[in-house]
Design a protein around this ligand. Structure first.
Ligand code: AMX
Length: 436
């Protein structure tokens, strides 16, 4: 059974569960909202549903019920490689089942058939000022392809059927995802590698081909697979996932929706934090002027950052209350790699890990003093020669696309309605507060 047929089977099995919950238990309360939550960014308000991933504050992310290690273990590896293909992971996120090696190969072949980037996207990227931020380029490239939308064509066809709408959505989400490695690599080489490009290699999978087109040697292909999978999804409430879902809820197609989500990812409190971590670290190294960093120097630099009103990038989280297992997975990768283990940047990032939590605790503001994914991800990129840190959020974006596109395919499958929470005025809140 191919991926689309398997997905159809899963959708048909799932639909009665959603229908039953809505019809028979629609008025069961799952939480309440306080004034603090209404003003404070809806933190902890339970009002989104997704089965693609779940974020436990203490344990961290589970994809389809599996921890990061279990996810890597259950998926077929690319032959001769340490990590599974992104295509196998896409199958897993969509269906909740690990594909066999043969099923993963089918998805790899399907992605290849969809991977050519239209020339007008290249023309658009080339027409943008070369110093445009790579995230602005990435987002523009995605939205430019909206004319390819199969979902919008279906909507306009006059044959729109809510039960069938997931099919063109699935098609265009796959079309779009398959093109992202080539778009990312094109932006990278145009901006930073003298505009010298490397053609796609049709024998390679998503991660392998990305590393090839970036022009970075093995094992960067495995780094790419690991990186994309780790960054794929973090349940529905984070800015990029929520934005993509929100825009798609208006029956906007995948191109509009993903581009919007990518714009949210570009904020320094969200995906751009991985760029900020490297900027902070490099500034710190520059100030040291070649001297070995000491714990005392790191402590001082972190306090200076806090005292100047800035956040420590890569630390804290809206949901997590412990070290992010995505941080740990990347740290583990470094510890198991002979070159990386003793790499000065890794040692410095490890030293920050030793001192930053205590400083944040002493400052007493951040609810979570522990590192998130972004505190570690730049180290590995830097080590393999991808030192242009304003590109790092594009890497995050390619990964994040896997999760959010799987989510909006399921949004269509389950017929989720347009999202429209209710707002109140400050005066109303004051009245409610007075009544207690
Ligand atoms: N450094 C300094 N102060 C921090 C902090 C950090 N790393 N994390 C939180 N705080 C501060 C907040 O700014 C806030 O201060 P305020 O009361 O003066 O406004 C206070 O602590 C309480 O915040 P919180 O409830 O702990 O966090 P939050 O849910 O409001 O925000 C996050 C979460 C991630 C935006 C925040 O921790 C932060 O800014 N971290 C640094 C940026 C970062 O690493 N972002 C990446 C997150 C992961 C991702 O999405 N990629």
């Amino acid at each position: 059974m191919g991926l689309k047929e398997k997905l159809e089977q899963k959708i048909q099995e799932h639909r009665p569960r959603t229908t039953k919950l809505m019809k028979e238990h629609g008025n069961v309360k799952i939480g309440e909202v306080t004034i603090e939550q209404a003003i404070g960014g809806a933190r902890g308000v339970k009002c989104l549903v997704t089965d693609i991933s779940y974020l436990d504050p203490q344990e961290g992310i589970r994809f389809r019920g599996k921890t990061i290690d279990e996810t890597f273990d259950c998926l077929p590896k690319v032959p001769g490689k340490q990590y599974p293909s992104v295509e196998a992971f896409w199958y897993f996120l969509l269906t909740g089942e690990a594909p066999t090696a043969a099923e993963a190969e089918e998805v790899i072949a399907d992605f290849k058939a969809r991977s050519t980037v239209p020339q007008y996207v290249i023309d658009l990227l080339r027409a943008m000022p070369r110093d445009s931020h790579p995230m602005a380029m990435f987002s523009a490239a995605i939205v430019a392809m909206q004319r390819e939308s199969k979902f919008s064509a279906y909507y306009k066809s006059g044959q729109f059927n809510k039960m069938e709408a997931w099919k063109p959505m699935y098609e265009e989400c796959t079309d779009l995802l398959a093109k992202l490695p080539a778009i990312g690599a094109y932006i990278y080489r145009m901006k930073y590698k003298g505009d010298q490009h490397i053609p796609s290699n049709p024998d390679l999978d998503f991660g392998g081909n990305f590393a090839h087109m970036m022009g970075v040697e093995e094992p960067y292909d495995d780094v790419a697979r690991m990186y994309f999978i780790l960054h794929s999804d973090h349940e529905s409430g984070n800015v990029s996932a929520h934005t993509t879902h929100l825009v798609a809820s208006a029956l906007s197609d995948a191109y509009y929706s993903l581009s919007a989500g990518i714009n949210g990812l570009a904020g320094p409190l969200h995906g751009l934090a991985n760029e900020e971590v490297l900027r902070w670290t490099q500034n710190f190294m520059d100030k040291l002027g070649g001297q070995e960093p000491t714990k005392e120097a790191v402590q001082k630099a972190l306090w200076d950052t806090l005292n100047s009103g800035q956040v420590i990038p890569g630390y804290g989280h809206a949901v997590l209350r412990k070290t992010d297992p995505r941080y740990t997975a990347q740290r583990q990768f470094c510890l198991e790699n002979d070159g990386l283990k003793d790499y000065p940047l890794f040692k410095l990032v490890s030293m920050i890990y030793e001192v930053a939590p205590d400083i944040l605790l002493e400052q007493g503001k951040a609810k979570n003093p522990w590192p998130n994914v972004d505190a570690q991800s730049g180290v590995i990129q830097w080590y393999y020669g991808v030192t242009e840190y304003d590109f790092y959020t594009v890497l995050f974006g390619i990964g994040r696309a896997i999760g959010v596109l799987a989510n909006i395919t399921w949004d269509r499958a389950l017929g989720y309605p347009i999202e429209r929470p209710k707002s109140v005025t400050t005066e109303m809140l004051e009245e409610m507060a007075a009544k207690g």
